[in-house]
Design a protein around this ligand. Sequence first.
Ligand code: PEP
Length: 250
Amino acid sequence: EGARRYFVGGNWKCNGALEFNKFLIEDVINKLEFDPAKVDVIVAPTTLHIAMAKVMVADNVKVASQNVSLYGTGAYTGEIAAEQLTDFGIEWVIIGHSERRALYGEANETVGTKVSNALEAGLNVILCIGETLEQRESNSTNDVLKEQLDACKESVKDWSKVVIAYEPVWAIGTGKVATPEQAQETHAYIRQWMAENVSEEVGAATRIIYGGSVNDKNCGDLINQSEIDGFLVGGASLKLAFQKIVSTAS
Ligand code: PEP
């Protein structure tokens, strides 16, 4: 506790266009009020808009990729390799988002390999994990999270380069946010996994952020939970609400 700097990420998903991004960066992102010593702020535009965001965002905001190739450079049409991201000056990548798992068939093993490649290339990783509603209702949340984490265990040598985003699938884009107690309890389980599988020390130092329908109204109660170290924000990161969310965490 205390040692974990807050972390707020804005995942723009497949949203944005030149005019809109200009507004979002100039009027929302570049007017964020936060202390970089207390909170890391990153935004993840589409791959097409990374370059634009990178030249436009204020120095205290980092631009992330929403995905990375499973492979290196070469004959992989349509992909972007981890070393191309680092070459371009990108420091962060989101891996294992539930939309990629559900819509693009990313299995736990794929996520593990991507994490490994990304870290080897020098990227920092926002590793997304989370259970479906069915899994929560059948009390298998911790088992699901354990499988997702186990698949990445051998991929990570240095956990200081990883932020874990707990994102219950039933809360993403649904307006149905986890209660602060649900998030606290689940984050505590993730930290317990870390203590058992890595070390107590690393578990205590690793940032675990919450994602799933976070907005300017619910962020305050969530951040008050001791196990919540920040947020991964989808919908609300495209709005003025993002300013309130960042200031709440700083
Ligand atoms: C996300 O995409 O990671 C997310 C949490 O989305 P939303 O905030 O819209 O639920």
